[in-house]
Unconditional design. Structure first.
Lengths: 463, 463
């Protein structure tokens, strides 16, 4: 898919280059007068820069004057000194769980799951519920600058339809789990649903279907192998939870005399375009193994802290060459989808854990939330940085708040004082989804009213 | 001071009670139709409640209908379902350091201090600088719902004047330190400045002057004793940094064969109305000692994480009966003054550190940011909860954002998904400082422009 786009872009670029000198090339959208944080291989930051967008692609990234002389936009947005950067990539969530946010906090994991989340899911999760939840999650993500997210939930084809309608990019996996699920009696049902879902969205611009076995401890060996086989056959990514808790590791050692990562290796599960979420309790051998297999990792610092799961060995994974992206996890365990908080928490957590204030500096946290997240999802050729030929997934972030004053270093501010609410404009695939804080692809009032109506049902379910 | 207020209130309340039945008592301001989180001794939450404010005091807190029948307001603010709660109390900051925020991050403490903060302070800190910084900090605090803050910096009388003009409440201490400071050549100079400052603001409604010895490792025994004597003589609080880093503890053990807390005890330093900031590295004996002496503690989770100082034994301190408030620390090491983030981080950090997701539940984090902070500062009779007779320090917090939808539990949302930007109205001492996000006591544009001008000087100073 990405390759085809690149060819299209190369042709377009060649045509543009052939335009007469002095005649600006007409493009669909210019963003100008911003601090451009490219996340390109040289980590270029342009103090007064601009981005030219043509259709779904980035046409050029350069100084504002250079762009002004070479391009004219059908539409131009002057960002007046705000930051222009790649859209944020949330590598792990369960979007519809926004409808359970704050339902029950500050509990032990088993109490939380068995008294609240499982009963609520059993009684409320339906296609309608999933659509309402995804609309709310999409609203929140667009409002907070997330342009791509990876998801694992139920009725994932419904999530995909809503995601596409909202204009977001998603790597979306139907959860496959041993227990009866709201949308499947057996894992075999879920595998069949995954195949249908993948067919519906084959070659889609925005939606990348994925195979999403829940975890090694909630599936048998045959199903885990079947998941890998389906991902290989359909050439789609695989998503799985890995080593989130000590209990998972202890259970795996007891049942299989192997860590979760090693057990999955014994099944031939690991391969590229595979994303493991959490990776809190990994051995050095696990890390070497995941690096060798080209597995991407989603680090979820807020969820790992709130659920007291532990501290993932992020620096060791990065040193081993693993692409480590950031995720929020579901809003039932965070409780929001704000990737700026994920960046801040990653920087804070690893300074504390290592005892070294130099750990995960701001620029690294931003890379994790953009290009490294794209690498972790196998999408680095298409997204994660502002470079000509990539998809135009771009956000504009205001730096006007009192708490952002003064500004010595925009990257410091993005991580240590900025929130999702500071995002003013969100663009995905060249389409403006939010402008001046107004979301254009969703009816905000209707989405919120619908979510509140479903919340009443959730309340009844756990009463 | 607080006692005098209580007498005034008691008289007013008696007069009100004597009013004819059925005739509503006229008060200056009503806040109505909110979820009232009182933080009173029974932790009452009123689903559709109201707060009656008369002059600088809270006249009544009750259901909206009860208040409507008993009070009429010269002004009424219908908050339409938002949260009404006590203003947040930031128990430790260095307000003017907002002008250094993001100047240098992700560095070792000594590099950060010696290459950036100390040179910048030496070349830029002046009365003008301190005024500009305090105005910016006050703007940020009012915008994020902080109504009282404890401060330690230089030219503290300037900080006090700006704080009073902005309408905020402050417990403000002139920093006393061994080295030449921007406003004093010697600790004796600083003690004299403290006495003058305390005289200027004696019996002030908003400003409580304090004695602020920097720390046990930056002052000799004679000065620490002189600080305690001055606080006793003037009957004002004392503020000090305590056991922030392992280095401080190791240095104290080497120099004094005692922990910092025990060394200060040997000098007779500890007493009530004394606030220690950080308390990261405390022994069980230190905790017992601080509890016995009635010392308050300021916990600064974000600063402790960002500077990799460590995890303070907050649960042990709370079990010992110490009043533990929350602080942001200066914006050079946080990098903002948002107390909602301090609450969230306290909840996250202690779950992680204890391995128990039940640690510091949301309601506890809110208590730490309100009534426990008031107790830590010796102000619990006047502020920290919404109760008749206390000062009217009240904030209104919107719950309308997508990330706050749906809402099952307002206290969960306040800690896990709310930010300072959600505060719509800030009231201190009965005066509305911000209404509908517009700050009324500061010229926002001028404050930000002035801060940016000083930032240029800071940039030059560290070049």
């Amino acid at each position: 898919m990405a390759l085809r786009f690149l060819v299209v872009w190369a042709v377009a670029a060649a045509l543009a280059a052939a335009a007469a000198p002095g005649q600006p090339r007409r493009v669909s959208l210019l963003l100008t007068n911003g601090i451009v944080i490219t996340q390109d291989p040289s980590s270029r930051v342009i103090d007064r820069g601009a981005v030219a967008i043509d259709g779904r692609d980035i046409a050029a990234v350069d100084g504002a004057d250079v762009i002004a002389s070479a391009y004219s936009g059908a539409e131009t947005i002057d960002v007046h000194g705000a930051v222009i950067m790649p859209g944020l990539i949330n590598t792990h969530t369960h979007a519809p769980m926004v409808l359970f946010r704050g339902l029950a906090d500050d509990l032990g994991l088993m109490e939380w799951l068995q008294q609240y989340i499982f009963p609520a899911e059993a009684k409320t999760v339906s296609p309608e519920f999933v659509r309402a939840g995804t609309r709310l999650a999409a609203l929140e993500m667009i409002e907070s600058g997330t342009t791509t997210y990876a998801d694992m939930y139920y009725f994932e084809e419904e999530i995909a339809r809503v995601t596409k309608a909202a204009g977001l990019r998603g790597v979306l996996g139907e959860t496959i789990i041993r227990f009866p699920a709201p949308d499947a009696r057996t894992p075999a049902d879920s595998l069949a649903r995954t195949a249908r879902f993948a067919a519906e969205f084959a070659n889609d611009d925005l939606i990348t279907p994925a195979v999403a076995p829940h975890a090694m401890y909630t599936l048998d060996a045959a199903t885990l192998k079947a998941c890998r086989a389906l991902a290989d056959r359909l050439r789609i990514p695989a998503l799985i939870h890995l080593a989130e808790t000590e209990d998972e590791v202890n259970g795996s050692r007891k049942a299989h005399h192997a860590t979760p990562a090693a057990y999955l290796e014994s099944l031939g599960f690991w391969g590229p375009r595979t994303l493991a979420a959490h990776g809190v309790h990994l051995t050095p051998a696990d890390i070497a193994l995941l690096a060798k297999r080209g597995v991407g990792m989603s680090h979820n610092p807020e969820s790992n802290m709130k659920l007291a799961s532990g501290t993932a060995p992020v620096e060791a994974m990065r040193r081993a060459g693993i692409a480590v992206g950031l995720g929020t996890d579901g809003a039932a365990s965070n409780n929001d989808l704000d990737m700026f908080e994920a960046m801040r928490q990653a920087a804070f957590l690893h300074k504390l854990a290592s005892g070294d204030p130099r750990a995960i500096p701001a620029a690294t946290a931003i890379r994790m939330a953009t290009i490294d997240g794209a690498r972790a999802l196998g999408l680095a050729k298409a997204i994660g940085s502002l470079e000509p030929g990539k998809r135009a997934d771009v956000i504009v972030v205001s730096m006007e708040a009192a708490r952002q004053t003064p500004m010595y270093d925009p990257q410091s501010h993005l991580v240590y004082v900025t929130r999702g609410d500071d995002v003013t404009t969100t663009i995905v695939n060249g389409t403006v989804l939010m402008r001046d804080r107004k979301v254009l692809t969703l009816d905000r009032g209707a989405v919120i009213a619908e979510a509140r109506a479903f919340a009443a049902r959730v309340r009844d379910a756990v009463r």
